[in-house]
Design a protein around this ligand. Structure first.
Ligand SMILES: [Zn+2]
Ligand SMILES: [Zn+2]
Length: 151
């Protein structure tokens, strides 16, 4: 479902792609439209199915190519799933950690690094110079917990 806000996000993304010299076709626009307006981790095959409804001649290669470009531009965040497949969500600014719902694939971001102390300790113990980290937590989002409770 399109809301005014989401349309603006997709428009912004298209402007960014255009500014970086990317050629915008109907297929590219359809992929951007699908990815920009959701907060769920979508696999390329799912994006393909949704975006093809907007652009019937869309090919899977274009989906991958557009996702690569969006990732390169910093607009999407790649999500690692427990099934080994990659999925994508709109990126959040700054250093963020992810909460990934195992049931509905909703992704939420959280920031804050109380973990620095722990990581520092691990680094000291192992003699490892830690320079960066990437953190995803898996579980059930609040919506899915309620649904599970309701049975
Ligand atoms: Zn969920
Ligand atoms: Zn962090």
């Amino acid at each position: 479902m399109l809301t005014q806000n989401n349309t603006t996000v997709a428009t912004e993304w298209l402007d960014r792609l255009k500014a970086s010299g990317y050629r915008l076709t109907d297929s590219t626009r359809a992929v951007v439209q699908v990815v920009a307006e959701n907060s769920f981790a979508l696999e390329p095959a799912q994006i393909f199915i949704s975006a093809r409804q907007l652009s019937p001649h869309l090919g899977l290669v274009t989906v991958y190519r557009t996702l690569d470009k969006l990732e390169e531009t910093g607009l999407v965040q790649r999500v690692h799933q427990l099934n080994g497949c990659h999925a994508y969500v709109p990126a959040a600014p700054g250093h963020q950690h992810l909460l990934v719902c195992r049931s509905c694939s909703r992704v939420e971001y959280f920031s804050g690094d109380d973990l620095d102390e722990l990581f520092g300790q691990v680094g000291r113990e192992r003699g490892f110079l830690i320079q960066d980290h990437w953190l995803q937590l898996y579980g059930l989002c609040s919506v899915c917990q309620k649904e599970e409770a309701a049975g």
